[in-house]
Design a protein around this ligand. Structure first.
Ligand code: GLV
Ligand code: MG
Length: 324
């Protein structure tokens, strides 16, 4: 795996803040907020008449810097519109060195991702940027995209995440509700989103990508946000969109392991390493307190440790080998 690709796989994306690309004030404010990722939107949060000006606003904001270690993303318009190619050319030529990913909405087919990959390569070569550094986030927002999600996830080595777009998706399948993320009235069994979330997660993990949950539109209802976020976090999702600064802390907490789980995971790794060693008796399965641990426990612990370290957690409990 190239250096450019392996570096971007580690990006935290617990909170992905949506900011209209046409609003310089909101863009400026976003720089100081504790979101892991900011995406500057040229699509649905940007009125058609404002799109040409927004491209310039975005280029200037990216070039001006001040983003700290945030992941910097621009969402372009989808490929059924007349805007996409100009969005990509103008933004990447103007700010390709100060940009981490392009998000492509409403992806329906793998060749749409391939188009973006080739276009990025051409711009990178023309401008003298490192070829392959800019990643791709693909939004799944319609039945067709979900059916094709495996091919979409595998369509380019630039792919970093699959993002669920619940609002457009609900419209695409005629789901009988207007409240994004909440269960449709009348569906009184299970979770109406379970299949979609799992389908996306499988395609993402099978291709070593992150899976990101979409927006919750009731921005004042932070408890509601947490309730919906808890579900995708429990399945294994890496993060969720946030539409308002008030949702950021909730997302960062929900998609980070708890301190107890983080400490426990670090201890599993240390204990398993010791028990499998000569000094620990070369055991493949061992007891850690009341719990039996083996190679599968180590793999689960590694995931939690990775997320905990990325979230900046610091260990508060350290396992030590038993004395003879
Ligand atoms: C986001 O783009 C959505 O449609 O939910
Ligand atoms: Mg959408």
């Amino acid at each position: 795996m190239s250096e450019a690709i392996s570096a971007r796989r580690l990006r935290p994306r617990r909170s992905c803040l949506a900011v209209p690309g046409s609003n310089p004030k909101m863009i400026d404010k976003a720089k100081g907020l504790p979101a892991d990722q900011v995406f500057l939107d040229l699509e649905d949060a940007c009125a058609p008449l404002a799109k040409p000006g927004a491209r310039k606003t975005i280029v200037a904001a990216l070039n001006a810097g001040g983003w700290g270690d945030k992941t910097r993303v621009v969402r372009v318009n989808d490929l059924s519109t007349e805007w996409t190619y100009r969005d990509v050319v103008e933004v990447v030529e103007g700010a390709g060195a100060d940009l981490d990913c392009i998000m492509l909405p409403k992806v329906q087919r793998a060749d749409q991702v391939a188009w973006l990959d080739m276009t990025l390569t051409q711009i990178e070569k023309t401008m003298g940027y490192l070829v392959g550094r800019i990643g791709i986030e693909a939004q799944i927002e319609a039945a067709k995209g979900l059916i094709e999600v495996d091919a979409i996830a595998a369509a380019s080595p630039r792919m970093e995440t699959i993002v669920f777009g619940p609002a457009d998706f609900m419209a695409s399948i005629n789901m009988k509700t207007l409240v994004v993320g909440e269960q449709p009235p009348g569906y009184d069994t299970g979770d109406a989103y379970h299949y979609i979330l799992m389908r996306i997660l499988m395609a993402a993990r099978a291709n070593d990508l992150q899976a990101i949950d979409g927006p919750y539109l009731q921005i004042k209802d932070v408890d509601g946000f947490r309730r919906i976020a808890d579900r995708s976090a429990a399945l294994g999702y890496d993060g969720k969109w946030v539409l308002h600064p008030g949702q950021i802390d909730a997302a960062n907490q929900t998609y980070s392991p708890s301190q107890d789980d983080y400490d426990h995971a670090e201890n599993i790794i240390d204990a398993y390493q010791w028990y499998t060693s000569e000094a620990g008796g070369r055991r493949g399965a061992a007891m850690l307190g009341d719990e039996m641990i083996d190679e599968a426990s180590r793999k689960m612990a590694r995931v939690v440790v990775g997320k905990g370290r990325a979230a900046g957690l610091v260990r508060t409990d350290k396992w030590t080998p038993p004395e003879d």
